[in-house]
Design a protein around this ligand. Sequence first.
Ligand code: MGD
Ligand code: MGD
Ligand code: MO
Length: 812
Amino acid sequence: MTNHWIDLKNSDCIFIMGSNAAEHHPVSFKWILRAKDRGAKLIHVDPKFSRTSARCDFHIPLRSGTDLAFLGGFINYIIEENLYFKEYVAEYTNASFIVDDGFKFKNGMFSGYNADKRIYDKTTWAFKKDENGVPLRDRTLQDKRCVFQLMKDHYSRYSLKKVSSITGVSQENLLKVWKTFGATGKKGKAGAICYALGWTQHSVGVQNIRASALIQLLLGNIGVAGGGIEALRGEPNVQGSTDHCILWHILPGYLPMPKARWDSLEAYNKACTPVSNDPQSANWWQHRPAYMVSLLKGWYGDKGTKENGFGYNWIPKADDDGNYSYLYIFDRMYNNKIKGGFIWGTNPAQSVPNTNKVRKALENLDWACFAEVHHTESTDFWRRPGVDPATIKTECFLLPSANRAEKAGSITNSGRWQLWHYQATKPQGQCLSLGDMCVKITNAVRNLYRKEGGTYPEPLLNLDFPAYYDPEKVAQKCNGWFTRDTMINGKLYKKGQQVPSFTALKDDGSTVSLNWLYAGGYTEEELGRKYNKSKRRDWSQTPEQANIGLYPNYSWCWPVNRRILYNRASVDKNGQPWAPDKAVIRWDGSKWIGDVPDGGWPPLATGKGRYPFIMHKEGHGQLFGPGRVEGPFPEHYEPVETPVKKHPFSRQLNNPCAVIFDGEMDKLAAPGDKRFPIVLTTYSMTEHWCGGGETRNTPVLLEAEPQLYVEMSPQLAEEKGIKNGDPVIVESIRGRVEAIAMVTVRMRPLTIQGKTVHEVGMPFCFGWTTPGCGDSTNRLTPSVGDPNTTIPEYKACLVNVRKAKSIKELDI
Ligand SMILES: Nc1nc2c(c(=O)[nH]1)N[C@H]1C(S)=C(S)[C@@H](COP(=O)(O)OP(=O)(O)OC[C@H]3O[C@@H](n4cnc5c(=O)[nH]c(N)nc54)[C@H](O)[C@@H]3O)O[C@H]1N2
Ligand SMILES: Nc1nc2c(c(=O)[nH]1)N[C@H]1C(S)=C(S)[C@@H](COP(=O)(O)OP(=O)(O)OC[C@H]3O[C@@H](n4cnc5c(=O)[nH]c(N)nc54)[C@H](O)[C@@H]3O)O[C@H]1N2
Ligand SMILES: [Mo]
């Protein structure tokens, strides 16, 4: 989230698209309703009517996977109706930048596409520069090659009529949303966008979010109170785990994963450290080498020296075309290329798409180690229905795990607040926390290396690794410390003393920090008095902070306790807030008051300031974003499985870079496949949690929601001769699922390109280890993903539905 939960109350309009916030993020909804009480309008755009829709001013249904058409049309509307915030757009975004002459967009494709490799060469996705290497600009936004004009051209194709016909949203409803949220483009008004899986789980997931960035930048809604783009994060602790690198393509603190061809720390730094020649651009990632070296010092301690690149060569490297996300891992496993591994605290045989393939893939392992609190579809894959355990070669280990109340540690919420979580009771029996298991196993392997030797021992034996797991110590190391006495602004920090913030981190080995973003959260301003700020429960605030619900002394948030990101965009060039009645920061002539500003420099007008979007090389909000895989402007592409044969305004139907597989278990229905005419979307529910491994083992929750169902409209039910409560079979080209029909007006047929298209919705929490509840919905979904993140397209695929001959056919 750019902002934080409480800040939602400051909003004039909250646009929820792709999330069931009321059911899945109830804390967010408390503040959303607070905004409503204060007069804000609430909008919900979602294929299904839910408890979120019920509390909004209006709910607008659309066909799953057409969000980009909806948002592209909205961008067109904002520009055509002159609703954008002119000064903000011209000064704080890259709207005025002149784009390279070679950049083109034709027939739905950008310049530079390589059809064999399904990737783009991005050379032409660049800005024209002056002799100093600074991008050329036209602040009047009239130049035909400036970002604003190119963007205007691009989205002029998204006419009201075409957007309506592809999304299934009536023209009247489109205008209702666009007009209501578009009104927040006025100076002093703020609108927030809340999204979650309805946007991310698509083959265009990242571009859905990029499109919201375009909208919020055009409306001047980034950096302001009540504005922002709010990613409602998932399982505890999704925010913390991405910050600390549970994803393969980043290291802690969003440092890029090293590639094999960067064969030294110098090569890594050269490739990953952006250089800006514009003195007014803070270009914050220029400090990346300091963060990387401090991380390596955290991993390798005294063994990491300047001479050996602080141990850079000991960490794994990715191949250029390597992808190690789970769609690829299970594909490799399916193809017999993985011998064994650890599956801890996750239930992939239930929650990864195309589960029939996943379950089969697990059989190819020689060994698998599970850490769980329950038996699940994954731990017990070897005795699943239809499989003879005697035929499975996999040796399985099951490590009993401590549950959340039995462990301490930090959790980072969606607003980036690091909150300490206390142990309530000791683990039962032999259960251990995942931290304990990880440290014990690693030390056992280290001892084996010491005793017996082995291939390439350095990466393990040179680790600065603890003898036992202590979450408090890990948190201390995430913040980091000095490795020698250091003077900062006249203050002496002793060797071993905690660093005060990431501005103290250096690339010379004099500092340790496991995650630069968390530096500042566990400090030691007075030697010997370490302070875990995630334990703070102090409600004190200044009047300016009280005005917008900011509690700077309650817990701690990254970066440097800044509660609203990009807050320098909430003020004009003199440092005065666009919205004086809900100012985030204000320059009082000598200093900033309010939130922690994005850098302490004075306002831009003084000539000593910096552009507000400090994480970008050029310091400007990116309307033109060359960083993404499939284009610098988000373009509507249909889901990989779509009922539509023809794109309404281009020749390219699907994302040309989407992740797809071509094995025998990866069949895909063709566009408009008559056998599978119905769109399926999947989602969570209030009573269960994700794959359901935990909640199906909680009797009251299972009683409240006991079995798999499929939500369908009365019209579809009538067409198929299905009644509410009937047993039905849902089939995709990959598999079939048995469920109970829930006939409801919450789902409704949509008119797409003049024809009726039905959509059905199913939860994915029911699995065979719980008798009588059905089995994973993911037996239907495809192994298809977004090319930037490889997140699977769980939210749109093609199925058919029929009435089961008898309840027996259900086999549940
Ligand atoms: N009670 C409960 N709370 C949870 C969870 C849980 O399982 N149970 N899970 C947690 C986790 S891990 C996560 S990631 C979050 C998920 O939080 P959410 O993203 O809110 O959850 P979902 O139910 O997956 O999907 C949200 C909405 O997207 C809609 N949708 C489907 N397809 C589309 C589409 O193409 N476009 C649009 N605009 N909307 C679409 C669905 O109808 C649904 O209403 O919730 C967290 N909170
Ligand atoms: N079709 C479809 N599939 C989806 C989604 C969707 O919207 N649609 N959503 C996706 C999303 S967003 C997510 S996050 C994934 C979630 O998918 P999973 O990661 O499979 O989700 P959970 O069911 O939460 O599985 C976590 C397992 O960890 C166990 N567990 C809980 N606490 C602990 C602990 O402290 N220690 C250990 N060792 N184990 C513990 C639980 O018993 C549970 O079995 O599903 C994805 N799959
Ligand atoms: Mo999630």
